[in-house]
Design a protein around this ligand. Sequence first.
Ligand code: SAH
Ligand code: SF4
Ligand code: F3S
Length: 428
Amino acid sequence: MNFFIKTFGCQMNVNDSEKIRHILREKGFSAVDNEADADIVIINSCAVREKPQAKIFSYAGRIPKGKIIIAAGCVAQAEKENILKKNPDIHYIVGTHGYHKIGSIIEEIGKEKKRGVEAGFSKQWQELTPYVEFRESPVSGYISIMEGCDNFCSYCIVPFTRGREKYRPFADIVREAEYLSAAGYREIVLLGQNVNNWRDERKNMKFSDLLDYLAGNTAVRWIRFITSYPGYYDGELIAVMAKHEKIARHIHFPVQSGSTRILKKMNRVYSRTRYLQIIKDFKKKIPAIKFSSDFIVGYPGETEPDFRLTLSLIGKVEYTSIFSFMYSPRKFTRAYKMQDDIPLDVKKERLHRLQDLQKTIQLRNNKKLIGSEIEALVTGPHPKKSGEVIGRTESYQVVNFVSGAAPGEIKRVSIKNVGPYSLRGEEL
Ligand code: SAH
Ligand code: SF4
Ligand code: F3S
């Protein structure tokens, strides 16, 4: 039987889909690259905001009739049998902790197209497969190091879709890192909802020890990690990053809001001052470090002065890139019980102001790069311009240049031209 996996959501879902694909291939199923050729369509879903969640059901509705459809991922985990009730075309629900059973679930569905739900939570880390072939990227390999989140930010559904924090044992992480570097990956990305809380109690190790080990023992150019929660920064992590050039000088460090009052309401445990202090500490030890972030505008009770504090924080930090979203109420969360009191037009207007400011900052800072030489990891050919490739800089900026380089090659590039969202260079 042929299967196709459609992935929505974050890198964690991308990596889960890679694992599901690996498991199913090992069981003798064949992967195909579109819905029409597949007997089984697996939808790996994201629940983080209402829009992405809605996309999943419209996608399911467009799948040609007669296929087995499995809803997996975060919406499946959160909504369980509700999905089956509302969507007669979907056969089975497989939550975020059910992937080890995916083969037997497909057998159970069988010719009769039986319906069912597998959406329990496991308390411990489940090692689905020791290694994963055929990943999305031939250059940058994802390694999940933890799953779940204990932070319970008031707006966020993730603790309800991924459960409590579970940490992958050190030895399993190292095995996958070694596998990826031997397979020629140039970059590894450590994944988790809250990576800096990772630990291996049996080995008495914390996240900074893991990074120190991987940076000292893995033959890749860059090690990255995502996402780190600004609540738990310590000097040791900064010291380990300063020690190893291999750890990319770029951190995705989502602040959400620049107003301490709103941060408190969001149940983020840091203040504006503390966040800015951590950024300062990093810059002192690692002057070249760059940051990116996520923002939510229009959280319940956000006033114009609160929002201006977010703008002023953006002005102070000068991120290389950001993701920004309008607050979207999510079932199960604490904020869901509050009134979503910021009108849509105000949310939209704040989002535009925030994005405009960030665009100006990015353009201004990118202009300063003109004439400089930058290292670029080639991720692949330019999809539209033949003879050109797309690369990523250490600070995770996109750089385009004319080159015959293959994905995975690292090139020195002189920056000639810039826009707010990408750089253009010449190979040296
Ligand atoms: N663990 C990560 C975030 C994962 S969710 C962290 O703590 O930063 C990715 C982003 O989605 C969040 O950073 C937040 O900006 C956004 N997000 C989460 N829930 C949201 C909601 N209810 N409405 C709008 N944006 C939300
Ligand atoms: Fe969600 Fe907060 Fe956990 Fe991030 S840290 S996944 S925003 S609860
Ligand atoms: Fe979405 Fe689940 Fe990731 S809700 S952002 S796919 S952890």
